[in-house]
Write a protein of this length. Sequence first.
Length: 95
Amino acid sequence: MEFKKITISLPTNLYNESMNLVKNGLFSNFSDLVRTGIREELKELRQLTQDFNERFIYSDKKLISGVKQSMKEASAGKGKVLKSDKEMDKYFKAL
């Protein structure tokens, strides 16, 4: 496994809390703590981005095409006017 060396800046209190975790034996060293934190964060974000991508996959071309179609329908009087946030919420829940 290849490693990259980086430099980070932390607020003093975050650094001190981190070093206490290392001193208490919860992590072998500061780098171990940082790697563990990044792994955990990535694990959560992977699931979020996967969920997002499964629900909202639009290419720019497809999105622009849809907007143009909506504009044509609105110009032809086929659009729906939503007069309040409540109406908008009801409309989108029904989709």
